[in-house]
Design a protein around this ligand. Structure first.
Ligand SMILES: [Zn+2]
Length: 415
């Protein structure tokens, strides 16, 4: 008896000190409170998933089809260190592809009793090559922001709130990366508001470079993308709850840290807890599988009429077909802190401030029409450069400048 009590206390201590923080369940709960009809949509989607998992529907995605998902990464940085490298971003894409194709080396650590149901989900991820307008892109958007940390309130998904607007969520998986204190991430569930569909990951747990244990193998994104693909937490978010997947054992609650050996809860018998499942809260190094049931659940979303079906028709990985327009957004550092236009909107004259950032002096700034044509060029001569725009036609323009790897890009409204 004493042993049991000590174990419980130790377990509690671990939960407090080293718990993976995922806010997806609370996030979806909040959305259903804000919009009661969302609860009905979730129920409809659940019915769809269950029907497609149970019946060999004629519209079923072929079991051998590998689904390839175009990804756009929105990097929102307040400090320069949060403006992570392309290599770090690619390390996250690689980690997703290992885990969703069961090419992770630590699949060897899956306990024998679960090896037979560990699944290659047949889902792959790639940075977008074409943006929603067909322009060439790296699939990475970088944007400096005055927001010092993000909460699971979706501000990171809105340009007007200091974040960055989603690309068409029917065609891209949007992943926002920013600093979030101890929260590791959260995801929308299928069927939520289209402009907020996607995954948010703390920069401290993104990729496999420049991150530290226990969240250093990119599995925060593996877990959150699992939610985006309709998976629930393995314990069903209540004591011995239901994750709507048949081959994952019922489990009492989440797991923290990195346990060893057999654990049992909820009378889950000879199988015991599957605490190495990506949808638990275990440390990255101790996660290693999705099950066949989870695979079927995720893939059902891509069946005809399912909430992720339209992604199969995305052009996000096509060769860019719009070669007339420059891509004004993708992969540009939108450095609001060093460049500001005022007034904006404006009629006759604007002032472009590059602040204390003297390296912009002598560089060119271009006023570009919305269709990509360069209308006017100005060499920045002072930190507070006046630009005459009296001759521009009324409408929206883009102010663009570049200085080596640094670029800026601001919208300008001419009255
Ligand atoms: Zn989660």
């Amino acid at each position: 008896m004493r042993t049991v009590i000590v174990t419980l206390l130790l377990g509690f201590a671990l939960n407090v000190s080293a718990q993976r923080e995922c806010a997806s369940h609370q996030y979806v709960d909040q959305l259903t409170i804000a919009d009661p009809s969302y609860k009905n949509r979730l129920a409809d989607i659940e019915t769809f998933i269950q029907r497609h998992m149970a019946v060999a529907a004629t519209s079923r995605l072929s079991a051998t089809t590998v689904v390839k998902i175009p990804v756009v990464i929105h990097v929102l940085y307040n400090k320069a260190t949060q403006n992570i490298s392309d290599a770090q971003i690619k390390s996250q894409i690689d980690a997703l592809n290992r885990d969703y194709r069961k090419k992770n080396a630590d699949t060897a650590n899956t306990p024998d009793r679960f090896k037979g149901i560990a699944a290659d989900a047949g889902i792959e991820f790639a940075l977008a090559t074409a943006d929603p307008s067909g322009r060439a892109t790296t699939g990475i958007i970088r944007k400096q922001t005055s927001v010092s940390y993000w909460q699971p309130d979706d501000k990171i998904k809105l340009s007007a709130q200091g974040g960055d607007d989603a690309w068409d969520t029917k065609s891209y998986l949007n992943i926002w990366v920013g600093y979030m204190h101890t929260l590791l991430g959260y995801s929308s569930a299928p069927g939520g508001p289209a402009d907020k569909d996607g995954v948010v990951i703390n920069v401290s747990a993104f990729g496999t470079m420049n991150v530290s244990a226990p969240y250093d193998l990119g599995r925060t994104a593996t877990h959150e993308v699992g939610h985006w693909l309709g998976l629930r937490h393995i314990w069903g978010d209540e004591s011995c709850g239901n994750d709507f997947v048949d081959d994952t054992p019922v489990q009492g609650s989440f797991t923290s840290g990195c346990p060893n050996g057999f654990r049992t809860t909820c009378n889950n018998g000879s199988l015991g807890d599957m605490y190495m499942n990506y949808m638990d809260f275990t440390n990255d190094a101790c996660l290693n599988l999705f099950t066949k049931g989870q695979k079927e659940r995720m893939r059902a979303l891509f069946d005809d009429g399912g909430p992720r079906y339209e992604l199969l028709n995305s052009k996000g990985l096509n060769t860019p077909w719009n070669t007339i327009e420059e891509a004004p957004v993708a992969n540009e550092v939108i450095a609001n802190a060093v460049s500001k236009i005022f007034p904006n909107p404006a009629q006759n004259e604007i002032t472009l401030t590059v602040g204390a950032d003297a390296k912009w002096i002598g560089k060119e700034v271009r006023i570009v029409s919305i269709s990509g044509g360069v209308i006017q060029k100005v060499i920045i001569a002072t930190a507070s450069q006046k630009i005459n725009i009296a001759n521009l036609k009324a409408g929206m323009y883009l102010l663009q400048g570049e200085n080596g790897a640094d670029k800026f890009h601001e919208k300008l409204i001419k009255l």
